[in-house]
Every structure is written in structure tokens, then in C-alpha cells.
Unconditional design. Structure first.
Length: 579
């Protein structure tokens, strides 16, 4: 069982245990003897079973188990000690065990709430708050059931409640005070990069586009979704004028995966102000990285990208030989956009398919009818890619895979999540059962260029209650905090920086650092053994631990966030800053 399934199993067992104790307590209050005597042992069993799941999670990594071992386990132990022996004596009056059973139920629920609402990291304040809540609920039940709680219990509850208040709730605390990301700095113009050799104008506006015969209200660049494909040859200087016709919430252009100077990165409030209706902004940068990229608005990005404010950016090393097509995949209002029209391809011609996932969730691609190689991922060429056949690839949100092949005489078809999107003829293939390529073991290795790291950061991804805003929200969190309260990561120019990214949640988090490509060191304790993987978007699945590193060589303030843009909007965004 992997750590993700273990996290899920532990959660289910915790819910069953809490529900069992509470149900048993309620049944005994109602003098439903058989029900109470059925539920309570079940809850006892579930509580004991958690000892196994918590131990296994702690072995997978302390991040997964901290609050469970420090808060849930002692509470569960107290529940077992209080309720267990009383049940074994099978009381004549079932109502006499109501309070111990309810206490066990409150203990289980309190521990569960700590995991679900607070998560990582565990704090003394959170633990005390949970204990105070459990004792208070028990005392109230005791009174309601007609008996007076003993003085010891009342005093203990009072003492714990005071301690909890003094140490702070923990729910609202962040590990360190977060110095705010500077929002007041000058938005510098593009550094001098020379005279533009390629000029484009993108005008953002509301538009109605037709998808599979249905009219969809979209936000579009130049009236089309995706926006115009921007192409360049390496060495070109790109100048892109962004105009906003009528997108009231503003737009920007972020060059996803393109490590432009910070002032051109297009993050509103960080590198520039959002471009409002009637305004424009000119981006200029040198195209010195070849590969497959894309651009999208970063203003209200969850809504903006979903509604269509994105397009493809391809930088080629030289004029194209053979067939070179981009296959951006996007879902608009629940409808998959049709793929570009396919021209017939002569046998023997080299073909490059540039797969681009512009959605917020992973897509599964399967190329049928031909062997192929994965030539590049996220714009970086792979080293020694071997030929693959009947193998699927998973492209994370924001990610790109370049597949290359020599056109066979027989038809070829590309399937996305089982749907054919690019085909040169009818291909009947069931691709669902194909194995999935693991890029960490694909291609030939090179030694990691660094043996030590100047800065190391751990990002623990989770969910939790965020009480910092006007309204409480159930945020996607990093190290227990949500944007804008996550402390920035401060590095110096030239530092070799290591990130350990841990996913404690039940969601896939496609991680995306702006302005840098990171080299994958390991996943779940296993070092990467394939081609060096320089990524800008990678799926951190539930229970995953990724170690990645990069050299801090692009000064500025950079967004570092989940590219499931709904998650990014709901708190999962922080910043990398140069001191
Ligand atoms: Cu996410």
C-alpha cells in the first residue's frame, strides 16, 4: 500500500472509530443495549487499528504522522483506557457507560478535526485546544445526563482550556511571521534585450466560441481559444503587446516554463500591475531556450485560464523539417476543445507532437500505431530516450511532453484520456491498460551537478482552516499556512537550492516554480535514475515526497505554486525571493 492510500485508509478508520464511539454513546443514552454493545467494540477495534496506520505513516515520513502521533494517538489511548474496561464489565445498566463512550467519541472526533482542519505542523496550542474541547464536551454531557462531573474533571478542563487560550489556538498561527511580498516595488520595464525580431499583439476580450456545435462564453486572446500560436527561432527577440479590451478583472501574460527576466513574468501584484480594460503592457524577452511552452493570464488565473486566456509558445532551434505540430489540450465549460486538423503524413517523415496540458488536472496520453520516443519534457531535451511502444504518458497540469516518431505507412492516433485527438487514419486500439512511462527511470543518467545545497526548504502540502481573511476558508495550505501568509523562501544569487515537497493531502498538486527549472533528485526516497529531468511542472501525488534542486540564477520575486489553479487561488501559492 503506498503512502497516499495509507493516508486515505487512516482517515476512513479515524472517521469509523469516532462515529462508532459517538453512536455507541448515543445508543447507551437511549438504552439501546444491543446497538451500544455492537458499536462500541467496533469502535474499539478501529481505534486500535489506527495504531498500525499511524505507525506506518510515521515510517513513511514524520510529516505524514506528526499530529496523529502527538495528538490523535494520546487522545485515542485515553479513549481506550476510559471506555474499554467499562465495556468489558458489560454493565447491567447500559446508561452507566454513556459518558465514557461519549468521551471516547469526543476524543476521536477532536483528533480527527485536528487532522482535517489543521494538519501539519502539529503544535502544542492545537493539541491543548483539542483536549480542552474533548473535556468540555464530556463535562457538558455528564451534566446533561444528570450527574455532576467530579471536581477533578472540572478543574482539569478549566486548566487545559486556559492553557490552550494562552498558547494560542494554533489554528490561526503560522510557523513564522510572513514578511509580505513587496507589492510596492517599481515595475521595471524590460531590460534591454535588443531590437525585437518577432512582434505579436494579443488582445484579451470576452468572446463566444463554438465547441462541438455549442456556443460557449469564453475569454479569448484575439477572439480565439487557444490564443494565437506564438513561434520563434532561438535567438529571436520577442515583443508581445498585451491589450485588454473588456476583461474587467484584468489580464497579464505569464510565459509558463520560460525563464524570462522577473519583470516580464506577468504575475500581477508581484512583477507588474494587472492590465485593466483599455490598458496595455509590452513584454520583451530574448528567446534563448528552445522547446514547447505556453502563455496564459496570471490575473484571477483560475477563472482566466479556464475560460480561455492561454496559447502556445514554441521556440525552435532552426526551420522545421518534417511535421511539427502542437497539441494543446484544454477543457472549456466541461467540453474538450477539438484538436488541430491533421494533415496526411508521408511515410518516413519525422514527426514531432508537442503535447501541452493547459487544464488544471493531469491528462493521460497514448500514441497508438507507432513506436515513439519522448524527446523533451517541459522544454528540456531528454538524454538517451529509448523507443517506446504501447506506453502511455501522464502530463501534469501545465506540463509539456514532446513525442517524436518516424511516420509509418500505417495510420497513427493520439488518444487523450481515451479520446482520439490526432490521427492520420482509423486506428482501433484499446490504450486503457497500457503501462505508464515513469520519466524518472527513462533515458540515460548523468551525475547530479551539485553535492551540497546552500538552502533547503520543505513544503508540506495539505488542507486546513484559514482564519486570516475576512471569512474563514478551507484552504489548500503549505506548511500549515495559506497565501498570503506563507513565509517566502529567501535565497541569494548563486545558491544551490533544494526543495523537499511532501503531499499529505488527498489531492494531486502539480507543482510549478516560476523563473527556474528544477532538477529532479528523487521521488519517495528513490533517486531518479533516468535522463536528467529539468521540470517546471510535476505532479506531487497524495503521499508523495519529491526532492528537487536548482541554482538560483534568475533574480527577482517568483511565484511558487500549485498549478491546479483552483488550489493556487485557495491558498497554495508562495514566493521565492532573492535577498
Ligand atoms: Cu494543488
Amino acid at each position: 500500500m503506498n503512502t497516499g492510500s495509507l493516508l486515505a485508509a487512516d482517515l476512513v478508520i479515524a472517521v469509523l472509530a469516532a462515529a462508532g464511539w459517538l453512536g455507541g454513546g448515543a445508543a447507551s443514552v437511549a438504552r439501546r443495549r444491543p446497538l451500544a454493545l455492537g458499536l462500541a467494540p467496533f469502535a474499539l477495534l478501529a481505534t486500535v487499528a489506527r495504531a498500525i496506520t499511524i505507525t506506518a505513516l510515521a515510517r513513511a515520513g514524520w510529516w505524514f504522522a506528526a499530529e496523529k502521533a502527538l495528538i490523535a494517538a494520546p487522545l485515542s489511548l485515553a479513549a481506550v483506557v476510559v471506555a474499554g474496561p467499562r465495556l468489558l464489565r458489560t454493565p447491567r445498566d447500559i446508561r452507566s457507560v454513556a459518558v465514557p463512550l461519549l468521551f471516547a467519541g469526543y476524543a476521536g472526533s477532536g483528533a480527527l478535526l485536528v487532522t482535517v482542519l489543521h494538519g501539519y505542523p502539529a503544535s502544542a496550542g492545537t493539541g491543548l485546544l483539542a483536549v480542552a474541547g474533548v473535556l468540555a464536551a464530556t463535562a457538558v454531557s455528564w451534566r446533561v445526563l444528570g450527574r455532576r462531573p467530579s471536581r477533578t474533571v472540572s478543574r482539569a478542563a478549566l486548566a487545559v482550556a486556559v492553557a490552550a487560550l494562552v498558547t494560542g489556538t494554533g489554528l490561526a498561527a503560522t510557523p513564522d511571521a510572513a514578511p509580505a511580498v513587496p507589492h510596492d516595488h517599481e515595475y521595471r520595464n524590460a531590460r534591454t534585450v535588443g531590437e525585437p525580431t518577432r512582434r505579436f499583439t494579443l488582445t484579451a476580450g470576452t468572446a463566444t466560441v463554438s465547441v462541438s456545435g455549442r456556443d460557449v462564453a469564453a475569454w479569448a486572446f484575439n477572439g480565439q481559444v487557444p490564443g494565437p500560436e506564438l513561434t520563434a527561432t532561438v535567438g529571436d527577440v520577442l515583443e508581445v503587446t498585451l491589450r485588454n479590451r473588456d476583461i474587467a478583472r484584468g489580464v497579464t501574460l505569464h510565459w509558463h516554463g520560460y525563464d524570462v527576466p522577473n519583470s516580464q513574468d506577468g504575475v500581477p501584484g508581484v512583477t507588474q500591475a494587472a492590465v485593466l480594460p483599455g490598458q496595455e503592457f509590452v513584454y520583451r524577452f530574448r528567446a534563448d531556450q528552445v522547446g514547447t511552452y505556453w502563455y496564459h493570464t496570471h490575473a484571477v488565473s483560475d477563472v482566466g485560464v479556464r475560460r480561455g486566456l492561454y496559447g502556445v509558445l514554441v521556440v525552435r532551434p532552426a526551420p522545421v523539417t518534417g511535421v511539427d505540430v502542437t497539441v494543446p489540450v484544454h477543457t472549456l465549460e466541461g467540453l474538450p476543445l477539438p484538436a488541430p486538423k491533421t494533415e496526411p503524413v508521408e511515410a518516413g517523415v519525422p514527426v514531432r507532437l508537442r503535447l501541452i496540458n493547459t487544464d488544471s488536472t493531469t491528462h493521460r496520453y497514448a500514441l497508438a500505431g507507432t513506436p515513439f520516443r519522448v524527446a523533451a519534457i517541459d522544454g528540456s531535451d531528454l538524454q538517451g530516450p529509448t523507443s517506446l511502444v504501447d506506453t502511455a504518458v501522464l502530463v501534469p497540469a501545465g506540463g509539456r511532453y514532446d513525442l517524436v516518431l518516424t511516420a509509418p505507412a500505417t495510420p497513427v492516433a493520439l488518444f487523450v484520456d481515451g479520446r482520439a485527438v490526432y490521427l492520420t487514419g482509423p486506428v482501433s486500439a484499446t490504450t486503457d491498460a497500457w503501462p505508464v512511462l515513469d520519466p524518472l527511470t527513462y533515458g540515460s543518467a548523468s551525475p547530479v551537478p551539485w553535492s551540497r545545497f546552500d538552502k533547503e526548504f520543505t513544503l508540506v502540502l495539505d488542507r486546513g482552516l484559514d482564519l486570516h481573511g475576512l471569512l474563514p476558508r478551507y484552504a489548500h495550505t503549505v506548511n500549515g499556512a495559506a497565501d498570503p501568509d506563507i513565509p517566502p523562501q529567501v535565497v541569494r544569487l548563486g545558491d544551490v537550492v533544494k526543495f523537499t515537497i511532501v503531499n499529505r493531502s488527498q489531492f494531486v498538486h502539480p507543482w510549478h516554480l516560476h523563473g527556474h527549472h528544477v532538477l529532479v533528485l528523487s521521488r519517495n526516497g528513490k533517486p531518479a535514475t533516468g535522463s536528467p529531468l529539468w521540470l517546471d511542472s510535476f505532479d506531487v501525488r497524495p503521499g508523495d515526497v519529491w526532492e528537487v534542486a536548482f541554482r538560483a540564477d534568475n533574480p527577482g520575486t517568483w511565484a511558487n505554486h500549485c498549478h491546479n489553479l483552483a488550489h493556487a487561488d485557495a491558498g497554495m501559492t508562495l514566493h521565492l525571493m532573492y535577498s
